[in-house]
Design a protein around this ligand. Structure first.
Ligand code: AP5
Length: 221
């Protein structure tokens, strides 16, 4: 028997800003029953509530920089603690630095958990800019839309929960450029960490969302 068979089987969705990590996470979590752990969503919730973590995080998110590793790790450890038994976790937008990846290895080892796969979604910078400038999100349930490619039935209103749609502060062009720089400098090197562990798989993120999802499900299967 595989000595790791009693460990939870967690996934990481990796990619630049706007690659479609959130969009794919919604589909995958619904289909596979995974717990969606998005550090971006958790930080935005803290910012909206005006908590101490939120006030600190805002200084970084609004300028396209990464929130300090120790703040992010505290949030992640708390969330993983909420996942019962061997329930699988889908990490979205985490880890984003080499220290975060190293800390996640330790947390997983301590908790009897295991990363099964890291799926890297490939999209070019021009496509990213057009996706992010047109993105709208539901303030209530975080559902993701695009004003041209995936608009809601009624402008400004979430199809799922009726919540108000808004444009993220960091989806302005100058912040998007900064987020891309941050991604290439600090986050892309994390790919090597997982390549060395033989966990990394790539999908073509330029296809439509259903096709990207099919590629991911084929890899998982
Ligand atoms: P976070 O919220 O994680 O942002 P991100 O990684 O920059 O990713 P996005 O949410 O912008 O994009 P996505 O890949 O989820 O794309 P989506 O599916 O929405 O982080 C925000 C900030 O928080 C960071 O800048 C940082 O400051 C901080 N932070 C978060 N995690 C951190 C960490 N671990 N460490 C430190 N700091 C951290 O899609 C985008 C748009 O494209 C949508 O409009 C969608 O409808 C459309 N779309 C999606 N897929 C397709 C497709 N296949 N074809 C056409 N359109 C598509």
């Amino acid at each position: 028997m595989d000595k790791n068979s009693n460990k939870s089987q967690d996934l990481i969705l990796f990619g630049p800003p706007g690659a479609g990590k959130g969009t794919q996470s919604e589909m995958l979590c619904e289909r596979l029953g995974l717990f969606h752990l998005s550090t971006g969503d958790i930080l935005r919730e803290a910012i909206a509530k005006g908590t101490e973590t939120g006030k600190l995080a805002r200084q970084y998110t609004d300028s396209g920089k990464l929130v300090p590793d120790e703040v992010v790790m505290k949030i992640v450890e708390e969330k993983i603690g909420e996942v019962g038994g061997n329930g699988g976790v889908l990490f979205d937008g985490f880890p984003r630095t080499l220290p975060q990846a190293g800390s996640l290895d330790e947390v997983q080892e301590r908790g009897g958990r295991q990363i099964k796969l890291v799926i890297s979604i490939l999209v070019n910078d021009n496509e990213i800019i057009s996706r992010l400038e047109g993105r709208r999100m539901c303030r209530h349930c975080n559902r993701i839309y695009h004003i041209a490619a995936n608009p809601p039935a009624k402008e400004g209103i979430c199809d799922v929960c009726g919540g108000e749609l808004f444009q993220r502060n960091d989806d302005r062009r100058e912040v998007i450029q900064e987020r891309l720089k941050t991604y290439y400098a600090q986050t892309q090197p994390v790919l090597d960490h997982y390549r060395k562990k033989n966990l990394l798989k790539e999908v073509d993120g330029a296809k439509d969302p259903q096709e990207v999802s099919r590629q991911i499900l084929a890899i998982i299967a």
